[in-house]
Design a protein around this ligand. Sequence first.
Ligand code: AHR
Length: 620
Amino acid sequence: LSVDASTQNAQMIPGNMFGIFFEEINHAGAGGLWAELVSNRGFEAGGSNTPSNIDPWLIIGDESSIIVATDRSSCFAGNPVALRMEVLCDATRTNACPSGGVGIYNPGYWGMNIERAKIYKVSMYIRSSDSVELKVSLTSSDGLQQLASHTIMADQDDFAEWTKVEFDLQSSETNTNSRLQLTSSKSSIIWFDQVSLMPSDTYMGHGFRKDLASMLADLKPRFLKFPGGNYVMGNYLSNAFRWSETVGPWEERPGHFNDVWGYWTDDGLGFFEFLQLAEDLGACPVWVVNDGASTYEEIPSATIAAFVKDVVDGIEFARGDNQTAWGSVRAAMGHPEPFPLYYVSIGNQECSKRYYKEKYVKFYSAIKASYPDIKIISSCDRSAISEVNPADLYDVHVYTSSGDMFSKTRMFDSTVRNGPKAIVSEYAVTGNDAGRGTLIAALAEAAFLIGLERNSDVVEMASCAPLFVNDNDRSWNPDAIVFNSWQYYGCPNYWMLHFFKDSSGAMLHPSTVQLSNYDQLVTSAITWKNPQDGNTYLKIKVVNFGNKAVSLNISVTGLETGIQRFGSLKTVLTSGWLRDENSFQQPDKVVPVASPITNAREQMGVVLDSYSLTSFDLLL
Ligand code: AHR
């Protein structure tokens, strides 16, 4: 394996090369990265017609002791439904309430993870003309074990108008399958709306689940593409992601039904929060906009103007100063500084739609007129881009078998070297090979990414898909990170991405493998400077996609300073079987294992395991 590490033959990998793509799929956000524990907090998920389904809220008590209904009496115009709870029983009457009272409870997203000593912030809106005695508690899933409680006492008419009530709960125990209860033993009629329970220790205090956001941060992503995927478009436009309905105070957001992936989202994780997440991760935001199409519908170009204006308004929300109409909304949300939004993707996989190209030009012209520095991403492939249909980048999605993904390491080798660059914003091995995240899938994807590194003069960005799956809602397999309410682990392809986290902005060096009768090796070499210790490393990555262990001589030429004898590392991702996966029981079955390289030199003999990804990080 020869590496020419000289500076004259090196080429810089784009600074935003490796990032992440977040889609609201598999409860990735609602019941996932967004830390809100109450599901359907505004009782809107059943639709605005009443009576409606209040799932997953359930009732404590029977028909002789409680009546629960919905009506449209909310104080929020955008989400009119409120829940009406009529307590029929009373401690002082013959119809005595059962012990613990009657009421409603919310189990969250397949059980709330409540941790001992941790503080949870409760917020809810209440209205009642009666005197109120309401117990708000965190309990086990059967209601028998109480973890924390707070009693709200109010005189008649204290809550005659809708009143926001906020307080903290501190749990005395840990229970990973808990619920939030609102109960009373006092005859009264109480309306509830926008009931929220948030852990107090979210990532950077911005509402993201700490464990999951930390997994993203560990990848050092250079961009965050959001919010989908097909989620952006919806099966029907009435269910599409509408950025403007996801900003402002969370209580006023209507929420919407994610009809593509089949669940309600309260939109706590809205446009602002995505921009905030990008900032918190040190990633640049890449916004995928709805271009007036859904799976089953399309607005023709003649009537697309309102959609175009909506996108320009969205950019103003992100970038406008606080004197602008939308910039002031962002500022009021606590972020007076603009967000650095420099990438906008027009639609998702829309190129074959009848009006896409005509509409695209309208989006392109309007955005460039106000924001010439924004890079616009087309859903069409390179061949469709021209002077009349210009684009800065074109979006590529690759879903295929492991064998084909491995062969796609050469996908961009013969691409014409000038013109718009590719953003490979969705790629994954799918099907039988992939299972729920196998080693072989990760290795094939690694080979593909090495191909992108080697072609990073024509490929500017790359991200895998999907990023997250809540194990209780597997709409799509495989995914990079698996979680439930309290556990999480990375699949082999999540760990594979760690081998690429130093590549963005690094120098790529020519590397070649000469080995007769074995074509299962793919390699790349970069040099990069670690800002933490100030050291420069030569990182040589090799995928061995075959079933043979391989002995290689590594030969590095062109170095100005040479390789330090000590301080170098070898990291290997492999496992006993190519279909091995991680799981909640064995989260570390397929993870990178690092060991020091003693006596590192420009000429070294190494052994590559069969079915492995190996990185040699040589200290210069
Ligand atoms: O990643 C899952 C889906 O695959 C995305 O929503 C879509 O863009 C692609 O077809």
